[in-house]
Design a binder for this molecule. Sequence first.
Ligand SMILES: [Zn+2]
Length: 165
Amino acid sequence: MRLAVGHDGVLTVTIPFGVDWSVIERLIESKRQWILSKIKFFKSIDKDVVRVFLKGDYVKHKEEALGLAKDRVAHFNAVYRHSFNKISIRNQKTRWGSCSKKGNLSFNYKILFLPQAERDYIIVHEICHLSEFNHSPEFWSLVEKTVPNYRDIKKTLRRQEFYLK
Ligand SMILES: [Zn+2]
């Protein structure tokens, strides 16, 4: 088996056919420090917490992520009172969340693994798109109502991009 971390910070695991999944997980776990140091090096990340996502994580965590998203949407929407259709969870590589013109909110299951402040910001961001379908000053002042420090959170979140790989 071979582990490699590319310059983009993406971990690639090469395995012979038929190797049991638990063996692969154990290998990754045993090389955790090495993997994290490589990712940190390539991405110049100064955080201590880096999570490596495995195939199967989406299915494993989808329901929990949905429950959490529903709870937090209800919590913040008590302030905004925007109407929406449904909330769903997706496995995306490039987005934390989205809001459709039909009023459907969707969130990346990986929000489960973000610090709460960042997760809440993503939830609030999409709730605010239900009434402002853009990133206008009006949109940001809506966000600010419940997340006054959204500017700082946006900056930290940019460094969390690697979570999405
Ligand atoms: Zn947006």
